[in-house]
Write a protein of this length. Structure first.
Length: 219
């Protein structure tokens, strides 16, 4: 009888000590599609700004307003010779102050940190504290593309434990039917407006995560 009781106590302690599988954690950032081809970067920037309640300076849609902030022209295009990641990073660092000052409000600066690839534990930490993660990827080029594009996308959630982590990524780019890198490398569609789930290791290795802006939060 004593042996049975001791065994039950040990089993209970082991169950308490064993790491539990983490449930899905997802930020309240709905995927926003690009309003025109080539504006996926601006859609990523829009998602971050809307999440932090930064107003649209208008008069057009927010993606064009963001492009105007960077270029001073009304073409809504990516600044010439600038990468998507660099452009979105500049929006994070300056648009919120510009937008609030445009409406006669007190400016609110964003704070951030830069890195290359974040470890799984750091990603979980950022999502736990409700901060989206801006990353640069360089997925394989599609047929007809001269070179691989450096793209900006947004990590908005995680699923599973750190040793088997799945990332939830908002990517506004409209892919051709047979050229979606998320599907090619084991991921799946969560929302047809541009949200995918893919394994952390596959995302790093095959979509070639190369740069990060994280700890993004109003100061």
């Amino acid at each position: 009888m004593l042996r049975l009781c001791a065994g039950a106590v040990i089993a209970s302690l082991l169950a308490i000590a064993a790491p539990s599988a983490r449930a899905e954690q997802l930020l309240d950032i709905a995927p926003v599609p690009e309003t025109a081809p080539g504006q996926a970067w601006a859609a990523v920037a829009e998602m971050i700004m809307v999440y932090y309640d930064v107003p649209n300076t208008g008069p057009d849609d927010m993606q064009c307003s963001i492009a105007f902030f960077l270029t001073g022209n009304e073409s809504c295009n990516l600044p010439e010779s600038e990468s998507e990641f660099s452009a979105v990073s500049r929006v994070v660092k300056g648009y919120s102050q510009f937008a609030r000052e445009s409406f006669g409000e007190l400016p609110v600066a964003m704070r951030w940190e830069q890195a290359k690839v974040l470890p799984a534990a750091e990603i979980v930490h950022e999502i736990k504290f409700e901060r989206p993660i801006l990353v640069e990827i360089v997925p394989p080029r599609n047929e007809g593309e001269v070179e691989s594009a450096r793209r900006a996308v947004l990590i908005v959630g995680v699923d599973g434990s750190e040793d088997n982590l799945q990332l939830i990524v908002n990517d506004p780019k409209v892919f051709p039917p047979t050229g979606n890198p998320y599907l090619e490398f084991g991921g799946h569609v969560r929302d047809f407006s541009g949200q995918y789930q893919i394994g952390y290791a596959d995302f790093v290795a095959f979509l070639k995560w190369s740069a990060t802006l994280y700890k993004i939060k109003p100061d």
